[in-house]
Design a protein around this ligand. Structure first.
Ligand SMILES: Cc1cc2nc3c(=O)[nH]c(=O)nc-3n(C[C@H](O)[C@H](O)[C@H](O)COP(=O)(O)O)c2cc1C
Length: 411
């Protein structure tokens, strides 16, 4: 039986007069394949080029807006004007496949290390480390630095406009700097940037307002502004679903074109309240204006799951790991070739799928759950370290910060 999925219908952002060819979005996926200074590489372009023909919109891996915002080696930069030519190649590679190109922008905050910052201490809302043994203690940003960081988001947006992107997405999710300001765990300030939930919200809202201003001033063609949010976090005290929804209600009063929820599972119920059986997306749909564009990511793999989430009132479905594994997902659904969709990855296919080595390493370790890997090429799930060792020992060793500090002093 051939099913004509509604998510293949197009969608128009009415305020921006921009039409998407379907409702499928490629979720932001860090490849860790940029040059050391954050410049775009051909490996990255190849990866995006292979995936640009199907989804209506590709949200790039997150780009840091200033040097203290770097989160890992191989991250992509939007922190300087010299990055514009590379960003332009990235935008046009995505657009050449017919997808809209959205640059995701962020600052890592305390989710980084002195080594990655080449000797500088990580920064955050306060000086509280992430509750994990190996986390470093960050330095609290001063008021002037906060104001500067807000402007850094705006300047990164201007670069995205000049590079020809179709929009930016502000990364307010996944425990990075914007979320660190919102969270009572990481934000223990007592000035205008912390204390009450209104004050903890101020940084994120200020970033949105400033970015919106820049778009208004510089964009000469329709240019989207999206906001990504994690509704809850594992810490106690941490952000709560009701605070996040209140924040989202404020976001939608600003010129933000869509709200993007970063969920583990698109259909999840609140994890802080195990007895509550109402799904997070249902809370959001009820709280947001009817028809306000809501995007959701989280374990969406099969066409029927995507259709089901649309039926629940979600406007756009963002696929992360599934589009790593299956670059032609949309084309296969549109061509009624469902049996040909791959849901697992073979170690022998990493190269074929254009997956850069550092992403391959992440997929085999940090993101191993939720990504089925087949067992060919001697990959034995009972002894995963055999394959892991082979790949990981080829990775560059992290830089020793003490050596860097010596180098800095000498220069
Ligand atoms: C390798 C990898 C890199 C990711 N990088 C980013 C990123 O740069 N920005 C972001 O907001 N989310 C990032 N995510 C999260 C995804 O966008 C998505 O929310 C998550 O993978 C859940 O969706 P999925 O189950 O469809 O993969 C990343 C996920 C993976 C697997």
């Amino acid at each position: 039986m051939q099913i004509n999925y509604d998510f293949l219908d197009n969608y128009t952002f009415k305020n921006k007069n921009m039409t998407l060819r379907n409702r499928v979005v490629m979720a932001p996926t860090t490849l860790r394949a940029s040059l050391e200074d954050g410049s775009v590489t051909d490996n990255e372009l190849k990866y995006y080029q292979m995936r640009a023909q199907g989804p209506a919109m590709i949200i790039t891996e997150t780009a840091y807006v200033n040097e203290s915002g770097r989160g890992w080696e191989g991250g992509i930069s939007a922190a300087n004007d010299d990055k514009i030519p590379g960003l332009r190649r990235l935008a046009s590679t995505i657009q050449s496949g017919g997808a809209k190109a959205i640059l995701q922008i962020f600052a890592a905050g305390r989710q980084t290390t002195t080594a990655i910052l080449r000797g500088d201490q990580p920064v955050s809302a306060s000086n509280k480390p992430y509750p994990r043994e190996e986390s470093e203690t960050p330095r609290a940003l001063t008021h002037a630095e906060i104001v500067q960081t807000i402007d850094d988001f705006a300047q990164a947006t201007k670069r995205a406009i000049l590079a020809g992107f179709d929009g930016v997405e502000i990364h307010g999710a996944n425990l990075y700097l914007i979320q660190q300001f919102f969270s009572p765990d990481s934000n223990q300030r007592h000035d205008i940037w912390g204390g009450t939930v209104e004050k903890r919200s101020r940084f994120g809202l200020a970033v949105v307002a400033k970015v919106a201003q820049i778009i208004e001033k510089y964009a000469e063609k329709p240019f989207l502004l999206g906001y990504r949010q994690s509704p809850e976090e594992p810490m106690d005290p941490g952000i709560t679903l009701s605070e996040s929804i209140d924040f989202a209600k404020k976001i939608v009063t600003l010129p933000v074109d869509y709200l993007h929820l970063s969920l583990k599972d698109g259909f999840q119920t609140p994890f802080a309240n195990k007895v509550d059986q109402k799904r997070v997306i249902d809370y959001y749909r009820a709280a947001l204006p009817v028809d306000y564009p809501l995007m959701v990511a989280g374990l969406l793999k099969q066409p029927k799951q995507v259709e089901e989430i649309m039926d629940a009132g979600v406007t756009l479905a963002a696929l992360g790991r599934e589009l790593i594994v299956e670059p032609n997902w949309v084309q296969k659904v549109a061509g009624h070739d469902l049996n040909a969709i791959r849901y697992a990855i073979s170690p022998s296919d990493f190269e074929l799928l254009g997956i850069p080595k550092p992403l391959e390493e992440w997929l085999l370790t940090r993101f191993r759950n939720g990504l089925p890997i087949t067992t060919d090429l001697g990959f034995d799930p009972k002894q995963p370290w055999r394959y892991y060792k082979e790949v990981v020992t080829q990775m560059p060793k992290p830089i020793d910060p003490t050596k860097l500090m010596t180098l800095k002093k000498r220069s």
